[in-house]
Design a protein around this ligand. Structure first.
Ligand SMILES: Nc1ncnc2c1ncn2[C@@H]1O[C@H](COP(=O)(O)OP(=O)(O)OP(=O)(O)O)[C@@H](O)[C@H]1O
Ligand SMILES: [Ca+2]
Length: 488
């Protein structure tokens, strides 16, 4: 019994020792993804000196901030910063104390703040300052709070996707190190206020504004990336409402062909016309407090007609365009579609029972959802109650955007994977942003062979010696124990 408990204690001690060594060798980084609809805090983790391979930076934790995005706190002094407190407090607990001061923390804001910057630059600066102050009151290594351009958002999303899929390096040793790289995967992000399409292409790009060149792991990548502001889900729904209200003469009672038949909802005019994305359809004079009642008619074809009006497919100054006079080469290869692309796709599959992997399956699932009653949907997806009325419109939008806008067809659509996670990590621009800003992505492959630092070697040798000692003690103990037994 004595031997068992002694061996047990040694096993526990070795386990603790390994855990402590890994803890000492781990590094952490924090990104706050300040989206238009909400903020998420991600903590990433990697082993010191291991950071230059792909797939070695992993997601340690994520925390979702309660309430709206930081741009929704415009005019409320200090409130945007305060909203981040709970997640920052959690991060203090999730990261070992001795690592706090060396943990970089970045805040990146996207389309909600881009819109606020356009409509009220002072408020947007105030909010950035506000959140910056709040983060600096924590013990981490503050690296700044910034508004990402649409291009950056698209490119960092692409970096994340390909890092998580380990597409940048497939290295081996054949007399010398080689890293031929694998085909990369395009990134499709459908946020609350903007949507991004990014993919690597060999084609000549006719509009240099949509081009980005990256050199990663010794390989040159030429990216096509475009961000469509006001084409995120929440803004699309607002723009659709504005268009419907306008086309029905701004009356107080409106027929909504994308809402389920028999479902109605009342809201104020201000909630439709309070965004820079709906300025075009705004009446010259109106009472923002006035109420508007929407009566659903569940009419798929009329819904499609109205949603299509959100895009402009009429003119193209290039050899080919997606829409709104934006150049786009043909889509090719595989894609990962995340954020609201994932939410819409998974809802369609769940409530219709149709596997959506071809354009015709998408059409069938979308028209099925648009013909469902509110109570039918509620029965199948009760936890989505607050969003149910909008799924027909969002699905029709996704269909028009992907098939008519981006040009996915029978051959290319099946190569889109709708995902919100890859492994344990959430798919979005946050990981790519941190990898790039913390220099964790080397331009050359040489980084792969980077030797361990003295400190890391020290920790490893220390661990090895301790393990060896423990094993010797066990052996010695057993030998003594046996010789005692034989002498008895
Ligand atoms: N669980 C969910 N189910 C369905 N829709 C959701 C869910 N969570 C968020 N959404 C909606 O999906 C859309 C995209 O959300 P996401 O968090 O990706 O946007 P965001 O990052 O806030 O916006 P942006 O990237 O444009 O700044 C939003 O309209 C949001 O309201
Ligand atoms: Ca986003």
């Amino acid at each position: 019994l004595g031997e068992i408990s002694y061996r047990g204690r040694i096993t526990v001690s070795i386990r603790n020792l390994v855990a402590v060594t890994i803890r000492l060798m781990s590094e952490y980084g924090i990104v706050l993804d300040a989206g238009s609809s909400h903020t998420a805090l991600y903590i990433y983790k990697w082993l010191a000196d291991k950071q230059n391979g792909t797939g070695v930076v992993t997601q340690h934790r994520e925390c979702h901030v309660k309430g709206g995005g930081i741009s929704s706190y415009a005019g409320l002094h200090g409130a945007a910063g305060q909203s981040l407190e709970a997640c920052l407090d959690q991060a203090v607990k999730d990261i070992p104390k001795e690592k706090h001061h060396v943990t970089p923390v970045y805040l990146g804001a996207t389309a909600g703040m881009r819109l606020l910057q356009m409509s009220d630059p002072e408020q947007s600066a105030q909010i950035l300052q506000d959140v910056g102050h709040k983060i600096q009151s924590y013990p981490f290594n503050y690296q700044g709070a910034a508004i990402l351009s649409g291009q950056e958002e698209g490119a960092y999303g692409w970096v994340t996707v390909n890092y998580l899929l380990e597409n940048f390096i497939k290295y081996g040793f054949v007399g010398h190190w080689f890293s031929p790289g694998r085909p990369t995967v395009g990134a499709l992000d459908f946020g609350g206020a903007s949507t991004q399409i990014t993919f690597a292409t060999q084609e000549e790009l006719e509009d240099t504004r949509d081009t980005m060149k990256l050199r990663l792991y010794g390989q040159e990548y030429s990216l096509y990336t475009h961000s469509f502001l006001c084409y995120g889900q929440d803004q699309v729904l607002k723009r659709l409402l504005a268009h419907i209200v306008k086309s029905q003469g701004y009356s107080g009672a409106v027929d909504h062909p994308c809402y389920p038949a028999g479902h109605s909802r009342t809201l104020q005019f201000s909630s439709v016309f309070n965004s820079p994305c709906t300025t075009e359809s705004k009446p010259s004079s109106y009472n923002p407090q006035e109420y508007l009642t929407l009566h659903g008619s569940g009419h798929y074809e009329h819904c499609l007609g109205n949603v299509s009006k959100i895009f402009s497919f009429d003119s193209c100054p290039f050899s080919q365009c997606s829409f709104d006079e934006v150049f786009q080469p043909n889509v090719s290869g595989s894609y990962m579609a995340f954020s609201a692309f994932y939410y819409v796709h998974s809802f369609l599959q769940r409530v219709t029972g149709i596997t959506v992997s071809t354009p015709s399956q998408l059409e069938e699932a979308v028209s099925t959802v648009c013909r469902m009653s509110f109570s039918q949907m509620l029965l199948l997806a009760p936890e989505q109650k607050a969003r149910l009325q909008d799924y027909c419109a969002s699905s029709v939008f996704v269909k028009v955007l992907m098939l008519r806008g981006y040009g996915f067809d029978e051959a290319s659509f099946p190569h889109i994977s709708f995902q919100k996670k890859a492994g344990d990590a959430s798919v979005g621009w946050a990981l790519g942003y941190m990898l790039s800003l913390s220099n964790l992505l080397p331009a050359e492959t040489a980084g792969l062979r980077k030797a361990l630092t003295l400190g890391a070697w020290g920790a490893l040798i220390f661990l090895f010696v301790l393990l060896l000692t423990a094993v010797l003690v066990v052996i010695l103990f057993r030998v003594c124990h046996r010789s005692n037994e034989s002498s008895v």
